[in-house]
Design a protein around this ligand. Structure first.
Ligand SMILES: [Zn+2]
Length: 94
């Protein structure tokens, strides 16, 4: 099937990485029905999650860089981190 048009392999790998194909073995796959709407549902949740994170970022009393470190997964470096330059770090010095 992938030889019928250019980019077919790429499209397949994209679909596969998007979780829309179930690979039964390296030569056999099934298209998942209804998967796209599921993915869109997830996307909505992710957008909500981002909005919530943005609100937390605006309201955090801690260093804003600390928040970003946690958000980007640097959870070991983040605790107690203070950049000393953001508004929250400067407010605490007073
Ligand atoms: Zn700071």
């Amino acid at each position: 099937m992938s030889k019928q048009f250019r980019g077919g392999d790429r499209a397949l790998s994209l679909l596969s990485s998007a979780g829309q194909l179930d690979w039964l073995d390296p030569f056999t796959y099934q298209r998942r029905e209804g998967k796209i709407s599921q993915e869109l549902g997830k996307l909505g949740k992710t957008q909500q999650h981002l909005n919530a994170q943005r609100q937390q970022y605006l309201r955090t009393p801690d260093c804003r860089w600390q928040f970003l470190l946690v958000a980007f997964g640097f959870t070991t470096a983040a605790p107690g981190f203070r950049c000393g330059h953001c508004d929250n770090c400067r407010d605490r010095r007073r």
